[in-house]
Design a protein around this ligand. Structure first.
Ligand code: SAM
Length: 211
């Protein structure tokens, strides 16, 4: 799985990348009520401009991305000085209030997520095959403190399981993966695009023990 992503970045096969902020982020993020200084975790972040949008709203951002190409392009295409440092197995690139940690999300440890209060997943869950999605949901849950909020932008395809990525993740699966630990609300679903894909936007709130 990993090598496929590294190949995609090397060969520039990054059709998932958007040149503009995702409209769902701009529309729904303000409704979550995340404190401005709250750090936002962006798993499997690519070189998403959504991280800059979050930073411009005052959030420190912590993205995690496997492909060095993505991280280097992100900082090269941004403005401002870049500092680099090592955190265990990660090479961290810092530009302004965005840090992108280059390495495997599954190696990111809870001790490194202490200030995280929110998350943003656009095309992260749907980038992963079924068994890894379960692992992803479990790992993400472990990293977030009670009360943390986030947005999840997933994709579904009515025509049965697609050969991903992107993978079709049905609403029932999102519920199965997250409902035990999060308050979960589906905010919207787009009409199908020309290839039959619909985008679903979910709001998640991490429950505390016993809630
Ligand atoms: C579909 S892309 C989405 C990127 C970004 N969220 C966006 O909206 O543009 C999925 C990204 O996850 C990265 N990735 C895949 N597996 C990963 C892992 N285990 N740890 C960190 N990044 C990973 C890939 O390199 C790729 O950039």
């Amino acid at each position: 799985m990993s090598n496929e992503w590294l190949d995609r970045w090397k060969e520039g096969r990054i059709g998932f990348h958007r040149d503009t902020t995702h409209p769902a982020l701009a529309h729904y993020w303000p409704t979550l009520g995340v404190a401005q200084a709250g750090k936002v975790l962006v798993p499997l972040c690519g070189k998403s401009l959504d991280m800059r949008w979050l930073a411009e709203r005052g959030h420190p951002v912590l993205g995690i991305e496997l492909a060095r190409e993505a991280v280097e392009q992100f900082v090269a295409e941004g403005r401002g000085a870049v500092s680099r440092f090592r955190q265990n197995v990660f090479d961290v690139y810092r530009q302004g209030s965005v840090e992108v940690w280059c390495g495997d999300f599954f190696h990111f440890h809870i001790d490194q997520a202490l200030e995280v209060q929110a998350f943003y997943d656009r095309a992260a869950l749907i980038a992963l095959p079924p068994a890894t999605r379960q692992r992803y949901a479990f790992h993400l849950t472990q990293l977030l403190p009670p009360g943390a909020r986030g947005l999840l932008v997933s994709l579904t395809h009515g025509g049965g399981p697609a050969q991903g990525p992107p993978y079709s993740v049905e609403a029932g699966e999102v519920e199965r993966l997250f409902a035990a630990n999060f308050e979960l609300e589906r905010l919207t679903e787009t009409p199908p695009d020309e290839r039959g894909w619909r985008e679903q936007v979910w709001s998640l709130g991490r429950r505390g023990p016993g809630r």
